[in-house]
Unconditional design. Structure first.
Lengths: 120, 115
């Protein structure tokens, strides 16, 4: 139990469906992330939210739409996906610190168990 | 962009043997993390390193932050069957305060332990 909970754990959806992945962190962190893990590829960062504001969109197609209503919840809305989008989607969180008015990295990121997505 | 080379890509060892894997980077990192991922699960943090030269242990695991800040290694001593999984290194850099904890991951080392 890492303190980051993802639902559903498995999802099968058609290319015309709309679905959402949910992530909740119980660690009191202020930053949340979506990563994509495909076979034989390194983990790919998709989105970063700091203090509920999206601070990074790593050239992700618009068929993936993140939402962060508060610092402990993160959603990934899925619409008209392609079969090649099938992968393990990992949510993560961390506690980012403000140092001299700037966000400081170097903090530890904790992952959820992932949501296995299959697009048919 | 930043890249991490993790080696070896896979290892097949006998139970009881020691294991060593490493990551090298083309650029400097301020943090090195080592994760283990079991099949169908998310990565679980094993060891975090925040200072060049730092050597940290977690049970049978030992990891070091290279003095050049461009490499790190992970050792597992006296391996057991439950050590099976994929081990990832990850580095983060806060150059200019813009990385927000963004991690660059290695490709992973697949470890198989034969009883």
């Amino acid at each position: 139990e890492t303190g980051v909970t993802q639902t559903p754990r498995h999802l099968v959806m058609g290319m015309t469906n709309k679905k959402s992945l949910k992530c909740e962190q119980h660690l009191g962190h202020n930053a949340m992330y979506w990563y994509k893990q495909s076979a034989k590829k390194p983990l790919e960062l998709m989105f970063v939210y700091n203090f509920k504001e999206q601070t990074e969109n790593n050239s992700v197609p618009s068929r993936f739409s993140p939402e962060c209503p508060n610092s402990s919840h993160l959603f990934l809305h899925l619409h008209t996906l392609q079969p090649e989008d099938s992968a393990l989607y990992l949510c993560a969180s961390s506690q980012e610190a403000l140092v001299f008015g700037r966000l400081s990295s170097g903090n530890t990121i904790y992952f959820g168990e992932g949501s296995w997505l299959t697009v048919v | 962009g930043q890249q991490l080379n993790q080696s070896p890509q896979s290892m097949f060892i006998q139970e009881g043997e020691d294991v060593s894997m490493n990551c090298t980077s083309s650029s400097i990192f301020n943090t090195w993390l080592w994760y283990k991922q079991d099949p169908g699960e998310g990565p679980v943090l094993l060891i975090a390193l925040y200072k060049a030269g730092e050597l940290t242990s977690n049970g049978r695991l030992t990891a070091q932050f290279g003095i050049t800040r461009k490499d790190s290694f992970l050792n597992i001593s006296a391996s057991i069957p439950s050590d099976v999984g994929i081990y990832f290194c990850a580095g983060s850099s806060n150059a200019g305060g813009t990385s927000y904890g963004k991690l660059t991951f290695g490709q992973g080392t697949i470890l198989t332990v034969h009883p």
